[in-house]
Design a protein around this ligand. Sequence first.
Ligand code: ZN
Length: 520
Amino acid sequence: MKSSREVVLAAVVALACPGLSAQSYDLLLRHGRVTDGTGNPSFFADVAIKDGRIAAIGKIDTTAKAEIDARGLTIAPGFIDVHTHAEDIDELPLAENFVRMGVTTVVLGNCGSSVLRVGEFFRRLEATNISVNVATLIGHGSIRKQAMGGSFARPPAAGEMAKMKDLVEEAMKDGAVGLSTGLIYLPGVYAKTEEIIDLAKVAAQFDGIYASHMRGEGRDIFDSLAEVFRVARKAGIRAEISHIKLSGPVAWGQANKVLARIENARAEGLDITADQYVYTASSTGIAQLLPEEYRDAARLRDVLARPEQKARLIAEMKSSLKSNGRKDYAYAVIASCKYDPSLNGLNIVEAAKRKHGSASIASQVQLILEIESYGGASGVFHGISEEDLRKFLAYPNTMFASDSGVRRYGEGVPHPRGYGNNARVLARYARELKLLRLEEAVRRMTSLPAAAFGQKGRSEVREGNWADLVVFDPEKVQDHATFNDPHRYATGFSYVFVNGVAVVKNDQHTGARPGKTLRH
Ligand SMILES: [Zn+2]
């Protein structure tokens, strides 16, 4: 039995140091190596979690309801993926491809395509419960379609412009993080710079960002960069260059020149950042192989029924292939084709051979036109040089983002980035090639994206922040998804926590859905 003096002493200690009372924390991560997200050198510490937040960091001498031995493991903030197309997350709330590569927050609504009613969408997600935190941009293409209907190959009328501004304002008030454009897609392709500036001004009033899938990423990239800078300057808004790349052999080798233009803009006072997926292929609709005025399926069917117009289209496609420095369409791989799923995974040359018994350019073009007039297909385009990729990766204002939706496991042959992007940065570019320190790689996936997209309180391992954390072995973390075999989850993640709850344990999804909607 304790003496009365010991009992009193214990009570005094407990009163004086409330942090020391038994089981004051929900969870303790013991003996980890903390890479805190700022880019500063890592340090050894215990990390305590209580009520979903980081409660203490350091040498912690108390016990908790649960403890995890994190010896040999890195504890970092959960990764923030600012460039996703995860609008389908309410149907696939586990977001397994994301959480299993360490992503705890996704930003939706990129490339001009988003939900129209952000408030309603967030309420739906809150009712569904999801595994990751979700923020969204408002997409210029989506609001343009809404305001202008089907006839959008023209500037908007005054009333339509007012309607678009109202939609941006409503979305920003409901918590959107900014405005996105997709200036190669319908209907964004028809918008003039002034229209984008006027809408970006509305987003800027709410401290939003302008995220741009630019008008061109090939030979025309310098004009496209100038347009983004002009929007940033005139609207007084931060701007993000989405999925930065140099597309096609004729554009390769100019990464230094692109980065110099960005640095000039920053020196002028513009806040320009970029995001990147670390693969040498891009992914978008096979429709992108057609000249833009033929990307509407109804219009295309009409053209194909008129031999003269069809011949003109085919001639145009052949000449653009040549001017892009290509001899055929072998760089374009069919990912998911509604018209004939047996073509999935084949490049256009292989598919033309299978379908028409000929690999001639004429049969390749014929196949592309068939695919497009029967519902289209998504594709993977091998059009980026590794050398350019590494230069963009080494640039301190480039963050890493997947450009992926939530993947349906086993369906189609999608781009591997949706399963591997963050793990590939850590495994290939930080550990194997040593192009980035671990601390810097983590900063580019945490505090850099958080600053650009206005996410406070969850991008650093810091007391008081939400406990979005990844616990992984930097010697073992690995992506496995490839272009031929993309449905492979990343490994090496012992734990991934979202708001203090484990969504991944030893490379398996726990089924937990603790994600929140993040209103800007
Ligand atoms: Zn895009």
